[in-house]
Write a protein that binds this ligand. Structure first.
Ligand code: PMP
Length: 291
C-alpha cells in the first residue's frame, strides 16, 4: 500500500514520517477539488524537466486563482531534498497543493494553502512481469474533454480528474488499460493521464492542445522528433483519421512513451517510429545524447 510505505514526506516546509502525513477530513480540497498537483520522474537521481514541472505547478494554481506559498526555486530545492532524504534515485514525485480546513464553503476565501511533496520508487506504468513494455489497449471513453470555458482545462487541477477516473475505471472493468477521450467537438483529445500521437506515412501527428493539458512529455517528444528530422504536425484529428494510423503511442511523465496496440476495435502495431522515439526519450531523460 502506497500510504504504508516508509519514508518521509515534505509538508509545508518540514519533513514528516509518511505514516503521520495526514490532513483533516474537513479539508476544502477533499470536498470541492480545489487543488493542483504535479507528476515528475527522477532518473538516476536527476529530476527530468524539474523547472518546467514546478513552473506548471505555479501556473496551475494561478489558473485556479491561488498562489503556491513557495517559489519555484524553493519547490525545486524541497523536491531534491525529498529524493535525498528518502535515498531515491529512480522515482516518481508528487507535489500537491490544497486548501485547508478552516472553513467549508464553496469559495476558498477563508482557507489556507498547503503544499506536500512525496516520492516513491515506481517503474514503468504498464510494464509486464517480464519487464517488457508491450502495446496497451485503449477503450473510448463516454466522457469528453470540456471546452476551455467549462473549466480550467490547461491546469493540472485535481478536480478535473473525475472524468478520467470514470473513464479509466470503466476501461479497466472491460479489460482495457486506459481510456481515450474525445473533446467537446468530437476531435481526439487525450488519455486519462497522457497525450496521444499517431504516425502516418512517417509523419508524427498529435492533437492541438487547445482544451487539455499540453504535457511536458508531449512537448519533449515533438522536440525529439523534429531534432531527428521527423515532420511533426499539430492539428485536429477525427477518430476516423486515427483509425488510419500506422502507429499510435501515448506520452506522459508516468507512462513515458507507451505504444498502443488497440483502440476499441482498431488494432495497431508498435512500429519503427514509436520505437525510435521511445529509445530517444529513454536516453534524453538520463542525460544521454540521442542523435
Ligand atoms: N494529460 C493528462 C490528463 C495528464 O494527467 C498528464 C500527466 N501529467 C498528461 C496529459 C501528460 O503530461 P506530462 O507529459 O506533463 O506528464
Amino acid at each position: 500500500m502506497l500510504h504504508e510505505r516508509a519514508g518521509k514526506i515534505w509538508i509545508d516546509g518540514r519533513f514528516v514520517e509518511s505514516a503521520d502525513a495526514n490532513i483533516h477530513v474537513l479539508t476544502h480540497t477533499l470536498h470541492y477539488g480545489s487543488g493542483v498537483f504535479e507528476g515528475e520522474r527522477a532518473y538516476e537521481g536527476v529530476i527530468f524537466k524539474m523547472q518546467e514541472h514546478h513552473e506548471r505547478f505555479h501556473a496551475s494554481a494561478a489558473m485556479l486563482g491561488f498562489a503556491i506559498p513557495y517559489s519555484v526555486d524553493e519547490i525545486n530545492r524541497a523536491t531534491q531534498e525529498v529524493l535525498r532524504i528518502n535515498n531515491l534515485k529512480d522515482a516518481y514525485i508528487r507535489p500537491v497543493a490544497w486548501h485547508g480546513s478552516e472553513a467549508l464553503s464553496v469559495s476558498t476565501s477563508h482557507n489556507s494553502v498547503h503544499v506536500a511533496i512525496a516520492a516513491w520508487e515506481w517503474g514503468s506504468y504498464f510494464k509486464s512481469d517480464d519487464g517488457q513494455v508491450p502495446g496497451i489497449r485503449l477503450m473510448w471513453s463516454d466522457w469528453v474533454r470540456p471546452a476551455p470555458n467549462m473549466g480550467p482545462v490547461h491546469a493540472k487541477a485535481n478536480g478535473q480528474y473525475i472524468t478520467g477516473t470514470l473513464g479509466k475505471n470503466k476501461a479497466e472493468k472491460n479489460g482495457y488499460n486506459d481510456a481515450l477521450m474525445l473533446d467537446y467537438r468530437g476531435y481526439v483529445a487525450e488519455c486519462t493521464g497522457a497525450n496521444i500521437f499517431m504516425v502516418k506515412d512517417g509523419v508524427l501527428i498529435t492533437p492541438t492542445a487547445d482544451c487539455f493539458l499540453n504535457g511536458i512529455t508531449r512537448q519533449t517528444i515533438m522536440d525529439i522528433a523534429r531534432t531527428m528530422g521527423t515532420t511533426v504536425v499539430e492539428k485536429r484529428i477525427m477518430p476516423d483519421e486515427l483509425a488510419q494510423a500506422d502507429e499510435v503511442f501515448i506520452t506522459g511523465t508516468a507512462v513515458e512513451v507507451q505504444p498502443i496496440s488497440e483502440i476499441g476495435t482498431q488494432k495497431f502495431s508498435s512500429g519503427p517510429v514509436t520505437q525510435k522515439i521511445a529509445a530517444a526519450y529513454g536516453k534524453l531523460v538520463r542525460g544521454t545524447a540521442y542523435v
